[in-house]
Ligand binder design. Structure first.
Ligand code: ATP
Ligand code: MG
Length: 313
């Protein structure tokens, strides 16, 4: 189909008893950054593995760049790139030599290989460190080199699986910046993460994945508009849970309240007002408040509201 670079149609995968992906469908448009957002174990990596031909789905169909796709589709695989969640780099080789190695896997050679290595280093901001051994790199630099390796053969569609995991917050920004540069060059990207900060800014559309299923799919702004709600989380001293729970339910500012992982999670149209009346109620009831925080509407609270779970534990 015109303008669609990837179609997943009801794909599923189980590992023995574990149904990791339970029939997922979505389409990625040319030039868009499409996000998969979900907690640990949601099935993101399993989905990406099927979409890049590393795993055969148990059911469903995949179309890549307009054609039926299976693990045997060699020509199509040459047109996609994968940046895996686990780093796959040779520590004793330089960044440049690592990229040459990956380029040769894609049958690049000679001047084209040399040009692509330099372009890929440039694109992830490692041109100056390309000659240094990877073992001297920071975690963030390793991640960026991993991305460069996935780009070396100029794929039309790039899969990034948790590209910022293990990267210190300081250099975490460099990765979304590299992805933005790729998008500007017209590349289509599928990007998984459970970090919100980069997701909201980068993604054109997002599929929220939970327990092997897509539970919502839209632009981040539309999801936040539709499902977003202010939230307050409160932790109180032991013993007063029952009366506090009852009190929360009776407050006019509170839309819904429930307990999760030792916290009271409160949904409210206006989180700031709710915050004030919750604290007032606790003080009046002489209940010690251990911690209380306001969560602004964002994809994290969308997820929390839809599943009752936090994205990161
Ligand atoms: N090789 C495997 N053998 C058995 N079970 C597996 C295997 N790989 C994944 N699983 C299980 O399948 C489910 C989905 O895992 P998957 O790695 O796809 O999730 P994920 O969303 O990528 O999680 P994370 O955020 O931790 O990377 C989990 O329950 C996981 O334990
Ligand atoms: Mg994963």
């Amino acid at each position: 189909m015109e303008g669609i670079v990837l179609e997943a149609m009801d794909i599923a995968k189980g590992y023995g008893e574990v149904q990791a992906v339970r029939g997922i469908s979505f389409r990625v448009r040319r030039g868009e950054v499409f996000g998969l957002l979900g907690p640990n174990g949601a099935g993101k990596t399993t989905t990406i593995s099927m979409l890049t031909g590393l795993l055969e789905p148990d059911g469903g169909e995949i179309r890549v760049l307009g054609s039926h796709f299976t693990p045997g589709s060699r020509d199509l695989k040459a047109r996609i790139g994968l940046v895996p969640q686990e780093l796959a780099l040779y520590p004793t080789l330089s960044g440049r030599d690592n990229l040459k190695f990956f380029g040769r896997i894609y049958e690049l050679k000679g001047s084209r290989l040399r040009r692509r290595v330099e372009e890929a280093l440039e694109m992830v901001g490692l041109a100056e460190r390309g000659g240094d051994a990877v073992e001297t790199y920071s975690g963030g630099m390793e991640r960026r080199l991993n991305i460069a390796a996935g780009l070396i053969h100029e794929p039309e569609l790039l899969f990034l699986d948790e590209p910022t995991v293990g990267v210190d917050p300081q250099s975490r920004n460099a990765i979304p910046e590299s992805v933005e540069a790729l998008k500007e060059r017209g590349m289509s990207v599928v990007y998984t993460t459970h970090y919100m900060e980069e997701a909201q800014r980068l993604w054109d559309r997002v599929a929220i994945v939970d327990e092997g299923e897509i539970i919502a799919l839209d632009t981040p702004a539309a999801l936040i508009r539709r499902e977003g709600t202010g939230m307050v989380r409160v932790r109180i001293g032991d013993g007063a849970e029952a009366p506090f729970s009852e009190k929360l339910a009776s407050l006019p500012e509170v839309r819904r309240a429930y307990r999760r992982d030792g916290w009271f999670v409160v949904e409210a149209a206006d989180a700031r007002r709710a915050f004030v009346s919750i604290v007032e109620a606790a003080v009046r009831m002489d209940i010690p408040v251990g911690a209380v925080e306001i969560l602004e509407p964002n994809l994290e609270t969308v997820f929390l509201k839809m599943t009752g779970k936090a994205l990161r534990d």
